[in-house]
Write a protein that binds this ligand. Structure first.
Ligand SMILES: [Zn+2]
Length: 328
């Protein structure tokens, strides 16, 4: 069976917002990304529909550890005793010891809200986690899966190319592509969410994926993308804009704490321009409801980068000052 099975995880109770993918190879299976604990019953039901038992799940592949991609890993590892978790070298430590991940997310959401959104995330035993290097190839039955380290969205992110389907699973490295926004032609945009957004590295990741000439790309948000050239063009233009916005925010008179007030309206204007180019999308309130969370996260991510740059500039200014003062 060559095809890719798309599982709707109903993340945040929204349809077609975040996916998990199921690959079947002979009498084994693999999940690519696994959303949160809430999605685990849906994922096991998809496995059962494919005629497989939890013991036949061979791999749990995590593109990166953001919790809409990795939150269900520990529960699935417990329920699927033969599965090995495949992770980026910088992601694997967070799978084995999720303490920091849980603590930082709890800080953002508050402990109660974190529990409601994500439930309990347990450590996964180290001997069940395998680190995949850049360009490393995994032979699995008649398939070969190639792991491609792709930074820009997160420093611990990889994509997975599957030679049998010709598909590449892109996590958040090839933007977000919601089915509800495809009614007037392709509409995709990058995730610039906190805390490691880097426009240049994100552009490199997009080019690297296009250069593979895949048959289809499967971003986690959401489902197959066929029009790869056009989508890549949209992502590159948007990343260029995000890069300018970082620089403008850094240079603005807004304080560090107020930077999002500077960034958010500019980002909204940019989205409005993009949506106006897509017929009725901009006028549809559902469009903005769908985009609200991502625009928020993207504004936060851009603010984080602008603050880091200001801090760096201050520190190097201080160093120069000290050198002048001491005459060294
Ligand atoms: Zn992410």
């Amino acid at each position: 069976m060559n095809e890719v099975i798309t599982i709707d995880c109903y993340y945040l109770d929204r349809p077609e917002f975040a996916a998990a993918y199921l690959l079947v190879e002979g009498d084994e299976a693999a999940f690519i990304d696994n959303n949160t604990n809430h999605a685990v019953p849906r994922m096991l039901a998809a496995l059962e529909s494919a005629g497989l038992r939890p013991e036949q799940l061979r791999y749990l592949i995590v593109t990166h550890v953001h919790l809409d991609h990795s939150g269900g890993t520990s529960a699935l590892a417990r329920l699927c005793p033969e599965a090995t978790v495949l992770a980026h070298p910088r992601a694997a430590p967070h799978i084995v010891d999720p303490g920091d991940l849980v603590a930082s997310a709890s800080l953002v959401y508050g402990a109660e809200e974190f529990e409601r959104l994500y439930g309990t995330i347990e450590p996964v035993p180290e001997d069940r986690v395998r680190i995949m290097g850049d360009d490393e190839v995994l032979s699995w039955g008649r398939r070969r899966l190639t792991f491609l380290h792709t930074r820009g969205h997160a420093n611990h992110h990889f994509c997975i190319a599957d030679d049998r389907s010709g598909a590449v699973f892109t996590g958040d490295a090839f933007g977000l592509h919601y089915p509800a926004l495809q009614t007037h032609g392709p509409f995709a945009f990058p995730s610039t969410s906190p805390t490691a957004f880097d426009a240049e590295l994100a552009r490199q990741a997009v080019h690297r994926l296009v250069d593979l000439t895949p048959s289809r790309l499967y971003p986690t948000h959401f489902g197959a993308v066929g029009d790869i050239e056009n989508t890549a063009g949209q992502l590159i233009r948007h990343l260029d804009f995000a890069e300018r916005l970082v620089a403008d925010a850094e240079a603005s008179s807004f304080s560090d704490d107020e930077l999002e007030n500077y960034i958010r309206p500019r980002l909204e204007d940019f989205f409005a321009g993009l949506l106006n180019g897509h017929g009725a999308l901009a006028a549809d309130p559902d469009t903005w409801t769908l985009l609200d969370l991502d625009i928020d996260l993207n504004a936060q991510g851009i603010a984080v980068v602008a603050r880091k740059r200001r801090k760096k500039a201050r520190e190097s200014g201080l160093r120069t000052q000290t050198r002048q003062d001491t005459g060294s």
